[in-house]
Design a protein around this ligand. Structure first.
Ligand code: ZN
Length: 152
């Protein structure tokens, strides 16, 4: 369990990203895109990525969904921008460990920085899909798969 003060802070960050999502637009320079859908909650997302020499030069998203899915997409976009495809994959693996409870909290804050605000998701298994949707969709875009990602 997270301590109540930390939980409150994390909640504020999530609400802020939900209200003012970062990189929430269509990216005109995108050379890779993917679409994601989480039927369990109704979250829909489109990811736009501009990849140059295996580096995520720019990334953006559009879509509609719950606060967790939107905040996670917003945070993902800020964290992945400027990273290599390989790094983006590694960050997602760590993030996935965090939201499924495989990473302890001290470790997660050290390794994941601001993504740690989504740590509370692990207490709500149904929300794990909301929090991971943007990531699965981002990876699909990087792989240039031409299909809709669903969490089912
Ligand atoms: Zn959701």
């Amino acid at each position: 369990m997270l301590d109540p003060e930390l939980r409150e802070l994390y909640q504020q960050v999530i609400l802020d990203h939900n209200k003012s999502p970062r990189n929430f637009k269509k990216l005109e320079t995108a050379n890779r895109t993917a679409e994601g859908y989480n039927p369990l909650c109704g979250d829909k997302i489109n990811i736009f990525v501009d990849v140059e020499k295996d580096i995520v030069k720019d990334i953006s998203f559009q879509g509609s969904g719950c606060a967790i899915s939107k905040a996670s997409a917003s945070l993902m976009s800020t964290v992945v921008k400027g990273k290599s495809i390989e790094e983006a994959k590694k960050i997602f693996e760590k993030f996935h460990d965090l939201i499924t409870g495989k990473l302890d909290e001290d470790e997660s804050i050290e390794e994941l920085g601001k993504l740690a605000v989504l740590a509370g998701v692990k207490e709500f298994p149904i929300r794990v899909k909301c929090a991971s949707l943007a990531w699965h969709t981002m990876l699909s875009a990087l792989k240039n798969e031409d299909k809709t990602v669903t969490t089912e």
